[in-house]
Design a protein around this ligand. Sequence first.
Ligand SMILES: Cc1cc2nc3c(=O)[nH]c(=O)nc-3n(C[C@H](O)[C@H](O)[C@H](O)COP(=O)(O)O)c2cc1C
Length: 162
Amino acid sequence: MEFLDKLSAVMEKLGGNGVFLTAGSKPNTMTASWGFVGVMWNKPIIVVPVRASRFTHGLIEEGGAFSVSAPLNESLNGLLAYFGSVSGRDVDKYAQKNITPVKCNKIDTYIIPGSCCHFECKVIYKNYIVKERLDERIIRTMYGDNSFHTMFYGEIVDAYYT
Ligand SMILES: Cc1cc2nc3c(=O)[nH]c(=O)nc-3n(C[C@H](O)[C@H](O)[C@H](O)COP(=O)(O)O)c2cc1C
């Protein structure tokens, strides 16, 4: 499958400094460091867990699509920290950081410019973390705010480097 060679770029960032997750025709970007990549229904898939409290959550629900931009080096680490610390509900993160997002090829949202591997994804499935099925220690340590994740399964419809 032609995308599989690029998936390691995302894997390297998950569990670490994270990736840029962008959604919306009027876009917003947040940082995500959890997720999966793989194959399902014979399609290459990225699964992103997004808490219902994130502004980006509503944009993914609305547009049915998201982009993932995985930095190829450490130069965007400061930006990842910023995009993961403030909400698009309160500020225009792009204006604050003087960034102009770039239009995607195949979905109606944007990518973050810079040295990245980009994935354009269409949501083809979603499910929810069900509290009653989750290990009690994880509920206690991860969900004090009671904002559980939605797991968005995005079919990768385009992948490229900038
Ligand atoms: C390194 C890092 C990783 C993060 N990973 C996730 C994640 O996987 N899922 C999630 O819902 N929030 C995650 N966050 C938190 C969001 O990025 C953060 O709440 C952000 O401000 C949400 O922005 P928004 O309200 O504009 O969508 C992470 C934050 C950081 C700094």
